[in-house]
Design a protein around this ligand. Structure first.
Ligand SMILES: Cc1cc2nc3c(=O)[nH]c(=O)nc-3n(C[C@H](O)[C@H](O)[C@H](O)COP(=O)(O)O)c2cc1C
Length: 208
């Protein structure tokens, strides 16, 4: 490849490229290749950011498409999403020296989908999230551990915890996806894909 060649062709489908890079990251990252920064903002536009895990993704629109994470809707991010359902995601895979930025609107997944995912989690994870009033003040760590023990005892026979109604998932439907990769001499490469009319993607290179 010469210095002028682009390694991210304009013709590529951004979801296919995401899948390709994600698969490589799963093979090379020391842990949590599916960890992504999620940026939300208040109604007034004050931003906040935290890591979450990508749990499902797909190229289609609606039920099977977009980028899905699970969380507590009563958390700080949950309140911001209710007030302003726009968000941005960021993957940075240090092992590959690559970054993907994704932006778009969020919608809550169906309760059937949230139930299915919650029930797929290990019992201890179900207990941990059901016991947590995520983002609310906690007087003492012991209070949380006592709640955990109580839930473990209560649901030990069932071996599963019912999904708390506030524990749900959100799907980001991308309007834009931007891929950045390291190239020699810091002459890096960026390509931005924007979803246009009828869901068709158009892309352009950007100065790094
Ligand atoms: C690698 C990593 C993955 C995480 N994954 C999740 C997740 O999938 N869902 C979640 O609610 N919190 C996750 N967290 C915790 C969040 O970063 C955050 O502390 C929590 O969701 C509360 O955020 P909020 O107060 O902004 O709502 C993760 C943290 C790290 C470091």
């Amino acid at each position: 490849m010469t210095r002028a060649d682009t390694s991210i062709p304009a013709s590529v489908d951004p979801f296919d490229l995401f899948d390709e890079w994600f698969a490589e990251a799963q093979g090379s990252e020391p842990n949590d290749a599916n960890a992504m920064a999620l940026a939300t903002a208040t109604h007034a536009g004050a931003p906040s950011v935290r890591m979450v895990l990508l749990k499902e993704h797909g190229a289609g629109l609606g039920e099977n498409g977009g980028f899905v994470f699970y969380t507590n809707a009563q958390s700080r991010k949950g309140a911001e999403i209710r007030a302003n359902p726009q968000a941005a995601l960021l993957f940075h895979w240090k092992s590959l020296r690559r970054q993907i930025r994704i932006e778009g609107a969020l919608t809550e997944v169906s309760s059937t989908q949230a139930d299915a995912y919650f029930q797929s989690r290990p019992f201890v994870s179900q207990v941990g999230s059901a016991a947590s009033d995520q983002s609310q003040p906690l007087d003492d760590r012991e209070t949380y551990l006592t709640r955990v023990q109580a839930l473990e005892k209560r649901y030990a026979d069932a071996g599963r915890v019912p999904r708390p109604p506030e524990w749900t998932g959100f799907r980001l439907e991308p309007a834009g996806m931007e891929f950045w990769r390291d190239r020699p001499n810091r002459l890096h490469e960026r390509r931005k894909f924007v979803r246009g009319e009828a869901g068709k993607w158009a892309s352009t290179l950007l100065y790094p």
